[in-house]
Ligand binder design. Structure first.
Ligand code: JFZ
Length: 454
């Protein structure tokens, strides 16, 4: 078992039944979501009193040990007049992302929603005076994207009883239980009452939270919105699905519901000097790698204090969306393919029709295995370790599905080690060329199959 697989399994220890929970069906099919880390930390953007503060941008308050009274003053400056919910949601859509998760409250304790439990929130404490969560909820509903909220349940560096701030508050006198009861729970209630359907609450860094406290938060969420998912970082091996560690992808297929939260550069919250952007190729291959192992990719953007998603992020997301526009069939609604550990790429599978993966084009036919070719073979002869009799035909994804002219189909020959698909000599797509194998007849191909008892 790889480390990451261990992390994921441990996170789902309490939920042997989780694999069969139909509340997760949309999420299992979605594969790709947008994460948004946005808060007061976008103002210093990695720099405090002329010093570059190392580490992720949203941790600046802790890393620079900024006193509450000083950090609070950022609120009076926060006026992101360029924020446009319609634009953000439309970017997620064009990127091919099916859900959006935004920081309602991060560890710095500042609420990016209108809370009545305290005035340290974007409506009451900033010149901006608008509730971006309300605007995003409306836009997500209009454009057909699901909305989830990140909420830091344990760490709160602003609340005297929250975890983490030992430079303003003495850890010995903290009433953490009171903070959970009288602050966290009322705020979670607000988030699940005032913003319409919430697809998930993304809790984080459980640290000192007790099993009883984690359990009672899960119950509160499910009581308010039964379909709202809770991620694994609620702590104590609870939650509806597991998180991998940040930016980590397991080496092998993991039979659990899991997600990799990831950055496009090296920070979550906006940092002016972080320009280490991953290439579109890297992002597309990570998405495919994750999907081929049964996970979801939650890819982050860190908007500026003006409310703008950095242009390098926009460009990369649009490139991923362009690729998905041509190849989405091989990602959305798929399951891990029967071929794992391939040297030249990855595989996903769409079960035979009769078991349609919801929300996506009905397969209307036999099981389809998608070969994601990252390293196109010299000469175009692709060796596939699958028994020949199982394959009805092979085609390039995106070519017209014509049975008669043969234009879209690729010649397949049998060999002792499996079959050989003859493709064009040069990779049609240098990032990931998708070859579809239509399988003959029914029957399970292995890891990707669905439990027939469902
Ligand atoms: C947490 C946060 O502290 C961080 O600011 C960001 O929101 C990120 C998405 O989540 O950071 C973590 C949490 C868990 C791990 C690493 C970073 N982990 O398990 O490796």
């Amino acid at each position: 078992m790889t480390t990451e697989e261990g992390v994921i399994r441990e996170a789902q220890r309490q939920r042997a039944d989780a694999r069969h929970d139909p509340r997760l069906d949309w999420w299992r099919d979605a594969k790709f979501g947008m994460f948004i880390h946005w808060g007061l930390y976008a103002i210093p953007a990695g720099e405090w009193q002329g010093q570059a503060i190392p580490g992720i941008g949203e941790w600046i308050m802790l890393r620079a040990r900024i006193p509450v009274a000083e950090y609070e003053r950022l609120a009076a400056q926060f006026n992101p007049v360029q924020f446009d919910a319609a634009q953000w949601v439309s970017l997620a859509k064009r990127a091919g992302q099916k859900y959006l998760v935004i920081t309602a409250k991060h560890h710095d304790g500042f609420c990016m929603f209108h809370s009545k439990v305290g005035r340290y929130n974007i409506v009451d404490a900033t010149p901006f005076g608008r509730d971006p969560m309300k605007e995003l909820a409306a836009e997500c509903a209009r454009q057909g994207i699901k909305l989830g909220f990140y909420y830091s349940q344990t760490q709160d560096w602003h609340h005297p009883d929250g975890d983490g701030n030992d430079w303003d508050f003495s850890p010995e006198t903290k009433d953490f239980a009171g903070y959970i009861e009288n602050y966290v729970k009322p705020q979670v209630r607000e988030l699940l009452t005032n913003y319409g359907p919430v697809c998930l609450i993304w809790f984080d860094t459980p640290k000192v939270i007790t099993p009883e406290q984690s359990r009672s938060l899960v119950d509160l969420v499910h009581q308010l919105q039964p379909d709202c998912l809770v991620n694994g970082r609620i702590g104590n091996a609870l939650g509806d699905y597991a998180e991998a560690r940040d930016n980590a992808i397991p080496d092998t297929l993991v039979d659990a519901d899991w997600e990799t939260p990831a950055t496009i550069n090296d920070t979550w919250g906006y940092k002016r000097d972080d320009q280490r952007w991953k290439s579109p190729q890297e992002l597309i291959r990570k998405l495919v790698d994750i999907a081929s192992k049964g996970g979801n990719y939650l890819l982050n953007v860190g908007p500026t204090a003006e409310g703008v998603i950095p242009q390098p992020s926009v460009e990369r997301l649009l490139a991923v969306g362009e690729w998905l526009g041509r190849n989405g069939e091989s990602v959305y609604g798929t399951r891990p393919g029967p071929l794992q550990g391939l040297a030249w790429g990855r595989s996903t599978v769409r079960p035979a029709s009769g078991e349609p993966a919801s929300g996506e084009p009905a397969s209307g036919g036999p099981e389809r295995v998608y070969l994601h070719v990252f390293d196109w073979p010299a000469g175009g002869a692709l060796h596939v370790p699958l028994p020949h009799h199982r394959v009805h035909r092979a085609l390039l994804l995106g070519s017209p599905p014509s049975a008669s002219d043969g234009g879209a189909t690729l010649p397949v020959t049998a060999g002792p080690e499996g079959l050989t698909v003859q493709g064009p000599p040069v990779a049609p797509d240098a990032v990931d060329t998708v070859v579809v194998l239509e399988l003959a007849g029914n029957g399970a191909t292995g890891p990707g199959r669905r439990d027939p008892s469902r």
